[in-house]
Design a protein around this ligand. Structure first.
Ligand SMILES: *Cc1c(COP(=O)(O)O)cnc(C)c1O
Length: 809
């Protein structure tokens, strides 16, 4: 049954379902329904269509006694879902026609959905892409995370500076989820450990409830659906009537407020860990609930814990759920009476760990006193894990060191496989952070290069390119992205190039109109759109891009009659609220934009736009309209990047360093279709050993010196000329991320871009070859490889890359 796609409803039938939801679920008369009501009705009608594959998938999994994958992630950056669900069900035309017949504008209703922003950036978006691919491949899986009441903050600019306001996605009901009040677990914190003979028992001081909310995740063609289960924190006792009766009204609800704090907000930091107790509690909260849920499911299938590694694969998305190891060991030893070493082996048989960063400040460590206060029994178990590891391997590497619990080492030692997220990153994981552990356990580290779902990041976000590709190579590519290779010969076909260019031009007009209406800024859609959209971080070097912009401004003013290629520099991204330097960089981008955009001398040649509140939906709009993708991090710092893949897939060649997955993108698209510059990761390490490398680099670069002087002399902040003294001083004296060292090479690469862009035919050929050759970066490939190399999990819809080929419409 599962291999047969359900017969779709007709548009008339589907309109009927929508109307039923509008009246019965929303309680609205069509006469008085708002866009929100229509959106809810449409979403619920679509959700209805997911139920059948969802139930069937669960039944099939039970019948096959199949292994399940559990993807534990602190973040899921999902974005909107209407289009995603509609297209995966292959019901987009039916849904649009149904809405039209009801007098509604389908596109407008789709855009009314707020982004589910339960993540900061790449790591959370990766988890969301993986959920789409797990369902598309028909691998039984659950995503486990936190149902934050407030997702990533909303960014506004006030006088050029970032202001954060709370995001409120649950103000309106979330259409896609099912509340599961019956699925609830008690989660403890603090307290003491009671010993009696060989056995230990943790007596927590405080207990809260983890309550499940399930969102079905349907795969391509509606053949399979998995579950994203998010945990909300609730009080054990909702309300203290005694306090209330004494007139202590606030105290009466205090318990509730305190419990709910655990799932109140997403930590808005993408790289550094603050070491806050609440964060540790969040991590334990969702991990412990997930592990309890996994064991309950195992029990319900009549399995014993010895079977765990055959039945269960648990993937840790970074160290945030690292406590899964000790928690599973605790349950096996304290509650199910296994021997400690046996329990550790069983837990390790289930666990895999994905490392996402080499930045030392981003590797989680918990001060022992905090750890002990929150998780006293787990600290004991960490000691047991450490001594078992020391005994078995003779390794000198400890988990407990300098008064800290080191979560990277804990994750490594408790996982049977540890993976990096690009070839370069995995090499660096072997050579740097886990050098000794790699010697102790030589087969444990492997690479799994990240990927992106082609459904969201091409099929849905770039409808005109989708149609062009369908017309050229057929419709099999969304589930088998390497079929895009069939476009390669068409890169020699003038007609195809013309059509490809027309698609890009149309997408740029769409963005120009949006900038005009939403951000009150006019851009010329014929100019080159050059985009750097991602979190603001020193290592990503938005500052270098901005310095190049200032240098280009100078150059144009010096030679106003030269043949300049008109450019629009698009910036997008948020800074962590506590990251002072990143916020200064935002301020400077806006200050530079104000001056350059007002300068009549460069009008029509150079413009800077920085729309506020970059998120998934903005990415879906901007990426298809971009000509040039900026991937310019200091080599050795960007673990993989996934933005780089989205741009290349949508026909934007990269200007970039040899960092993260850029290396593999360049290998695939061809060096001649990639604008390379900058130091390599090895050269970065060497350069940092030199004295005064930044002063030396500035001294030999006229262009850079001039731009730096302008910034520090207040050319862009005339009312506050000293505003950027600190920022520039850091570049002069330290410049840890080597902005100054790569600047000249970057400037030169940008001029190569200018010349290449001036020849539009050859540029479009490059763009086509980027699209054609990056099919390998589909997250379907990534997930198929995790399933094979780490999870030993299998597709239940036959053949790892099913469904292949065309589906009759
Ligand atoms: C893909 C994506 C990212 C990751 O971008 P990188 O360039 O890889 O850092 C971050 N945020 C959003 C909204 C994304 O869609």
């Amino acid at each position: 049954m599962l291999n047969e796609r359900r017969n779709l409803l007709t548009a008339e039938q589907f309109a009927e379902v929508i109307l039923n939801h509008l009246t019965s679920s929303q309680g609205k008369d069509p006469e008085h329904a708002s866009i929100y009501d229509w959106r809810m009705a449409l979403s619920l009608a679509l959700r209805d269509q997911v139920i059948r594959p969802w139930f069937a998938s669960t039944r099939t999994t039970y019948e096959a006694e199949a292994k399940r994958v559990y993807y534990l992630s602190m973040e899921f950056l999902v974005g909107r879902l209407i289009e995603d669900v509609a297209t995966n069900l292959r019901a987009e035309d039916v849904a649009a026609a149904a809405m039209r017949s009801l007098g509604q504008d389908y596109g407008q209703v789709v855009r009314d959905e707020p982004d589910a922003a339960l993540g900061n950036g790449g790591l959370g978006r990766l988890a969301a892409c993986f959920m789409d691919s797990l369902a598309t491949l028909g691998i039984p899986a659950y995503g486990y995370g936190i149902r934050y009441e407030h997702g990533l903050f909303e960014q506004h600019f006030k006088d050029g500076q970032q202001i954060e306001t709370a995001e409120n996605w649950l103000t309106q009901r979330y259409a896609w989820e099912f509340e599961r009040p019956e699925v609830r677990y008690e989660i403890g914190f603090g307290g003491t450990v009671e010993k009696s003979g060989q056995t230990s028992k943790w007596i927590p001081a405080e207990t809260i409830i983890a309550s499940a909310y399930d969102t079905p995740v349907v795969g391509w063609n509606g053949l399979w659906a998995n579950t994203l289960r998010l945990w909300a924190a609730k009080p054990v006792k909702v309300f203290d009537l005694d306090s209330f009766n004494r007139g202590e009204y606030l105290a009466a609800s205090e318990l509730e407020a305190l419990a709910r704090t655990i799932s109140r907000v997403l930590y808005p930091d993408d790289t550094s860990e603050a070491g806050k107790e609440l964060r540790l509690k969040q991590e334990y909260f969702f991990t412990a609930a997930s592990i309890k849920d996994i064991l309950r499911r195992l029990d319900s299938e009549g399995r014993v814990v010895r079977d765990l590694p055959q039945r269960v694969a648990i993937q840790l998305n970074d160290t945030h759920p690292a406590i899964a190891g000790p928690e599973l060991v605790r349950l096996l030893v304290d509650e199910r009476k296994l021997e400690m070493e046996n329990a550790i082996d069983i837990a390790r048989g289930c666990l895999g760990y994905t490392n996402h960063t080499l930045l030392p400040e981003a590797l989680e460590r918990w001060p022992e006193p905090i750890f002990k206060r929150v998780l006293p029994r787990h600290l004991e178990i960490v000691r047991e894990i450490e001594s078992a590891h020391l005994k078995a391997s003779g390794s000198p590497v400890r988990i407990l060191e300098d008064g800290d619990v080191k979560m990277g080492e804990l994750s490594f030692i408790m996982a049977h496989k540890v993976n990096g997220v690009s070839a370069l990153h995995s090499d660096l994981v072997r050579e740097t952070v886990f050098e000794q552990l790699n010697r102790d356990y030589p087969d444990r580290i492997l690479n799994q290069t990240n990927g992106i779902t082609p459904r969201r990041w091409l099929h849905n976000c770039n409808p005109d390119l989708r149609i062009l590709i369908n017309d050229t190579i057929g419709t099999g590519w969304p589930a088998d992205l390497e079929q895009l290779e069939k476009l390669v010969p068409h890169a020699q076909d003038a007609g195809f190039l013309e059509a490809f260019k027309a698609v890009k031009a149309k997408n740029k007009v769409r963005v120009a109109n949006w900038l005009k209406s939403h951000h009150y800024i006019a851009v010329d859609p014929d100019a080159m759109f050059d985009a750097q959209i991602k979190r603001i971080h020193e290592y990503k070097r938005q500052l270098m891009n901005l310095l190049e912009t200032v240098a280009l401004w100078n150059e144009i003013r010096d030679n106003p009659n030269a043949d300049w290629v008109p450019r629009v520099k698009i910036f997008g991204g948020k800074a962590a609220p506590g990251y002072v330097v990143a916020k200064q960089i935002i301020h400077l981008i806006n200050d530079v934009a104000a001056v350059i955009n007002a300068d009549p001398q460069v009008k029509g040649l150079l413009k800077i736009v920085y729309p506020e509140n970059y998120n998934v939906s903005m990415a879906e709009l901007l990426i298809p309209a971009t000509n040039l993708s900026e991937q310019i991090s200091t080599a050795g710092n960007e673990a993989s990047g996934t933005g780089n893949m989205k741009f290349a897939l949508n026909g934007a060649p990269t200007i970039g360093t040899l960092d993260g997955a850029n290396v593999e993108i360049r290998e695939r698209v061809g060096a001649e279709n990639f604008f390379l510059f900058g130091l390599t990761a090895a050269e970065v390490v060497e350069r940092r050993k030199q004295q005064n490398y930044s002063a030396a680099a500035i001294a030999v670069s006229q262009r850079l010196s001039r731009a730096l002087e302008q910034i520090e002399n207040g050319v862009f902040s005339p009312g506050d000329p000293d505003r950027y003294q600190g920022l520039v001083q850091d570049l002069r004296q330290k410049d840890y991320f080597l902005v100054t060292c790569d600047f000249d090479d970057y400037f030169a690469a940008q001029r190569r871009v200018d010349s290449a862009y001036a020849d539009q035919d050859s540029w479009t050929r490059m763009a086509v070859l980027n699209t054609a050759r990056v099919g390998w970066f589909s997250s379907d490939r990534t997930i198929a490889d995790y399933a094979k190399d780490i999870w030993n999990a299998h597709s239940l819809i036959g053949g790892a890359r099913q469904p292949k080929g065309e589906v009759p419409r």
